[in-house]
Structures are given as C-alpha cells and as structure tokens.
Design a protein around this ligand. Structure first.
Ligand code: EPU
Length: 340
C-alpha cells in the first residue's frame, strides 16, 4: 500500500487549521481498509479515521496513519409489503450526508428532511447522533457495520448497541476504536412529519403551503440554516461548538427567576435543556473576535476561524467563553466537536 507522508489536512477540516498527517491513505473497499489497518497495527502506528472533517478541531499534527474511507454507494430496499412506501437506505460512510438527504428527497421519500444541509459524511453522522429541527439520526437508524481497529475485525451494531443520546453514542465514548463503513436507515411514510421546532414551524406557516411535502420541509430547513449557520466553504467553522447543556428543573427555576428571557426546552425526563447560543449571546459575544478566531455574528453557538489561526487559539478562546458562561449562570458548557 502507498501511504502519503506529511499530508496537509488544511483542506480536509472545515475549520481550515493547517495541520498535517504523518501518513495518509484513502481507501474505498473493505479489503483495502483491512489491509491499511493491518499494516498500521503491525508497525504500531496509531490510526485516526477522518470523515468529512466537519466536527474536528485540529490542535496538532496527527501522528501515525490517517485513513479516509471514501466509498459512496447508496441502495434502496423495500422493507414493507410490496408497493409499500417503506424503504431501507443502505449507504456507505464516504457519501456526503446532504447528498444522501437530497437523493431520498428526489424520490419523494420522507424521513431525512429535517436533517438537510448538515455538513459531513455519512460515517460520522451516527457518532455524534446528528440532529436538527426535532429529529435525530437515531430516529431513523437501523444498524451499522464498522471495523474494530485494534483487532481488525468487523462488527454489526443494532440500534441499542449504539447507545444513542443527545449528540452522543457508543462511538463518541470509544473514540478511535472503530471505522464505520456502512449504515442502514429507515425512511418512508410510517412516521408523521416533525414540524414542531420553533423556527421551522414559523417558517412553514409563513409559506402557507397547500401541501406539506418532504421536499418543502427540506427546502425550508436549508433556508433557515443558510441564514443562521455559516457555510464552511465561505467561513471556516465546525457547526455548534458546544452542546446545549441539560440542567435539573430546580436549577432551571432559579435561573428563570433571575433571567426571565432565558431560552430553554423541557425534556421528557423532567430536566431542562438550555439554549447555549442564548447564554453566549447574552454575554454580548455574538460577532466577538479574538485575533483569528471568533463567535459567528448570526449564531453565538458557532465559533469561526477567520484564517491564519490555530486550533489551540480556538480552544483557548472557547475556554474563556465557557468560563464566562459558568461565572454568570453557574452552567458548564461542554465542547461538541472532537478536539485532536
Ligand atoms: N439563540 C440566541 N442567540 C444566538 C443563538 C441562539 O438567542 O446567538 C437562541 C434563540 O432563541 C434560538 C434558540 O437559542 O431560538 C435556539 O437556537 P437554534 O434554533 O439556532 O438552535 P441551537 O439550539 O442553537 C441546535 C443544534 C444545531 C441545530 C439546531 C436546530 C446543538 C448543539 N445544536 O442549535 O445543530 O441545527 O439546534 O435544530 O444541539 C450542530 O450540531 O452543529 C448544529 C448546528
């Protein structure tokens, strides 16, 4: 196998930090992946699996071997009675997530419309249980196939085995152990449209559509995202930089008394999820800039890199923001993307 050495990763991470990989290879088949991992294990190189690069903060060069799994296949299987409108999507990890969403939209298949325009590749989607506008990937997930890197053996994970929760999964808690190569999702007309999320509901009502369709919802989600979230091709970013923190109801009641405008969502378990964007915004930080890094001016939950900066600078700036939020609200923010 031919490994590239000292490979620049600047174009391969959406924050655009200029770090490199000691060794790098792109593989397209299961056999090539096994071969690359076997070599790395033999040579005792640490292995780092890189997807779309939209959820990582590179603070250093990556030692060992960086592998990108690039296969982009997509199959639709009927999973109900003949002629039913129930399908299983079998999709490989290298496909761009939004391309998958739009392909299913073009076939008129409901299911993924709320998850439109999320950056990154399919393989990374279950790791952080991507979610937007009231839907998470766990709501459409059936199973995935992944290579266990230390043993170079293939495993299948069903829904329970993935241990999904808000922006979290088994894989996020076992970083670096697996390379996900294929996922099965359920789409079709067995679930109602999810249109209750505040900004989506308002935007759909404004349009006074005669008929709600997956494409109409997807287009609306795209428009909302385009007004609030920076396109990584124009402004370097990694989406939301922090989780929305979940606090006990008693703590929320205290906060609500002191800060009546606080934005929050009650959870099924009685706890309350706070809008971290609001917390940061309320400190006057929207559009703030510290050298090469800053807070996006239309969404305070998104940190941006204006060019010429480093991941270390961004992480230090994020720490300052966390300290500010903790001092004022007594709430600890946790960083969402993987810091490398
Ligand atoms: N808000 C402000 N100021 C801000 C940002 C937000 O006051 O600068 C308040 C507003 O009241 C707004 C509320 O916070 O209504 C929620 O904001 P938004 O709808 O933009 O959602 P979010 O909670 O900030 C989450 C996800 C996003 C996802 C949206 C929509 C996380 C960490 N982020 O953001 O996901 O697109 O909901 O569902 O859960 C991502 O993970 O990268 C991501 C973009």
């Amino acid at each position: 196998m031919q490994f590239e050495t000292d490979k620049s990763l600047t174009e391969l991470n959406t924050l655009g930090f200029s770090q490199s990989a000691e060794r790098y290879i792109e593989v397209e088949t299961d056999e090539q992946l096994n071969e690359a991992v076997e070599e790395a294990n033999k040579q005792e190189w640490p292995v780092f699996i890189l997807g779309g690069g939209s959820n990582i903060v590179l603070t250093k060069d990556i030692p060992g071997l960086v592998i990108r799994f690039t296969r982009e296949t997509l199959n639709y299987e009927n999973r109900g009675e003949e002629n039913s409108w129930l399908f299983r999507l079998k999709v490989s990890a290298g496909m761009n997530w939004h391309r998958l969403v739009r392909d299913s939209m073009s076939r008129g298949l409901p299911g993924l419309e709320n998850l439109s325009l999320i950056p990154g590749n399919v393989g990374a989607a279950p790791v952080q249980n991507i979610g937007a506008y009231g839907v998470e990937i766990k709501d459409r997930f059936e199973s995935l196939r992944a290579l266990h890197l230390p043993t170079n053996e293939w495993h299948t994970f069903d829904h329970d085995a993935c241990e999904f929760s808000y922006r979290d999964s088994y894989f996020k808690r076992h970083t670096g152990e697996y390379c996900i190569t294929e996922m099965n999702l359920h789409v079709g007309n067995d679930k109602p449209f999810e249109t209750e999320y505040g900004s989506l509901k308002e935007a759909l009502e404004r349009q006074q559509l005669d008929k709600l369709t997956p494409v109409a919802i997807s287009d609306t989600v795209c428009k909302i995202r385009q007004t609030k979230l920076p396109d990584p091709a124009q402004i370097c970013n990694a989406g939301s930089f922090f989780h929305n923190p979940v606090v006990p109801e008693t703590q929320f009641d205290g906060l609500k008394q002191r800060f009546p405008n606080i934005v929050a969502y009650p959870q099924e378990d009685g706890q309350v999820k706070l809008a971290a964007g609001w917390l940061i915004d309320s400190l006057g930080l929207r559009g703030d800039r510290r050298g090469a890094v800053g807070v996006y001016d239309k969404q305070a939950l998104v940190l941006v890199h204006h060019g010429g900066g480093t991941g270390t600078e961004l992480v230090a700036y994020a720490d300052e923001i966390r300290a500010g939020v903790e001092e004022k609200y007594g709430v600890k923010l946790s960083v969402e993307p993987q810091v490398v």
